[in-house]
Design a protein around this ligand. Structure first.
Ligand SMILES: [Zn+2]
Length: 270
C-alpha cells in the first residue's frame, strides 16, 4: 500500500495505457478508412514510433511511472547496483562498509539462486534489495508479452522473497526498457520502478576514469546513481571505489530512501 507523499508509487492503472493504445489503433483505422492511406499511414507510423520510443528510452514514463531522483536539497545520493549477485558482491559489501555507504542491489533471480549467501549478506548488512527480473533477457525484454513479463518479474519476486524473507518493493527494468505490460506486473506485486539521474555508461568499452567523470558530472542532491557489478570488463569495483572516494570528498552520503538518514535529509520516506 502507498500513502500520499511517499516515493514508493507502484503504477495505479496500468490497464489504462493498454486501453488507450488499442483505442489509438481504432482511430488510425478510422482515419485510414475516411481519408485514405495518405493520412492513415503517417498517423499509424507516428503512434507506433511513440510506442517504440516509450519502450526503449530508459527514462520514458508513458507506460509506467519511475522515480529518477530523490526530492531533497541535502547532499545525499541513492546508489543502485544492477545485475548481481556476482563474484564481486562480497568485495562490494566490504567497500560500502568502509565508507559507511548504503546501496540498493537490483538482483537477477537466477544469479540470486546461484549465490543465496550473497543475497542474505546484502540484506544482513543493511542494504536494499530490488527486483531486476528473473533471467535478465536483455535482447528481448522490450518485446515480452504479459505472460512472459509476469514470469520475469513475479518469479524473481518469489525467488528473492524466499531467500531473504522480505518482499522487494523496488524494480529496475532490464537495460532500462519498459513496455506497456511491465506496469501490470508491478501493480500486482506492489513494486515501484526506479530509473536514475546519473550513469556512467559502464558497458562494453569501459574506461573507468571516463565512466567516473560521466557519473560525477550528474551528481546533485538526491541523485539516483546507476552502477553495475560482475561485468566481464572487470572494472565495476574500481569504479565504485573511486565514486565512493569522490562522494566523500564532496560531502555526499549514500543513503537508502527508506532510511532515517534520508528522512533527516527531507526525503519523503516510503
Ligand atoms: Zn541489468
Amino acid at each position: 500500500m502507498t500513502t500520499p507523499g511517499t516515493l514508493h508509487r507502484p503504477p495505479r492503472r496500468p490497464g489504462l495505457i493498454l486501453g488507450l493504445l488499442a483505442l489509438s489503433q481504432v482511430g488510425v483505422a478510422w482515419l485510414w478508412w475516411r481519408f485514405g492511406w495518405t493520412v492513415g499511414l503517417p498517423v499509424m507510423m507516428a503512434t507506433h514510433l511513440l510506442v517504440v520510443w516509450a519502450t526503449l528510452y530508459p527514462r520514458a514514463t508513458l507506460f509506467c511511472p519511475a522515480l529518477s531522483r530523490l526530492p531533497t536539497d541535502e547532499r545525499v545520493v541513492w546508489l543502485t547496483i544492477d545485475d548481481g549477485p556476482s563474484d564481486e558482491t562480497p568485495a562490494i559489501l566490504d567497500l560500502l562498509d568502509r565508507h559507511g555507504a548504503k546501496a540498493t542491489f537490483f538482483l537477477v533471480g537466477e544469479h540470486a539462486l546461484a549465490r543465496p549467501a550473497s543475497v542474505q549478506a546484502i540484506r544482513d548488512r543493511g542494504h536494499g534489495i530490488g527486483n531486476h527480473s528473473a533471467s535478465h533477457p536483455d535482447t528481448r525484454f522490450w518485446r515480452l508479452g504479459p505472460g512472459a513479463m509476469e514470469d520475469e518479474i513475479g518469479r524473481n519476486q518469489s525467488i528473492l522473497t524466499a531467500i531473504t524473507g522480505d518482499t522487494p518493493r523496488w524494480y529496475r527494468s532490464v537495460v532500462g526498457m519498459t513496455n506497456p505490460f511491465v506496469g501490470l506486473s508491478l501493480k500486482r506485486h506492489g513494486l515501484a520502478r526506479v530509473a536514475w539521474s546519473a550513469r556512467g555508461f559502464d558497458g562494453v568499452d569501459c574506461q573507468p576514469d571516463e565512466v567516473l567523470a560521466r557519473i560525477t558530472r550528474d551528481i546533485a542532491p538526491g541523485a539516483i546513481v546507476l552502477l553495475h557489478e560482475g561485468a566481464a570488463h572487470g572494472h565495476n569495483i574500481a569504479i565504485l571505489a573511486e565514486l565512493l572516494a569522490w562522494l566523500e570528498v564532496e560531502g555526499y552520503r549514500a543513503v537508502l530512501p527508506e532510511s532515517d538518514t534520508a528522512a533527516a535529509a527531507g526525503v519523503a520516506v516510503a
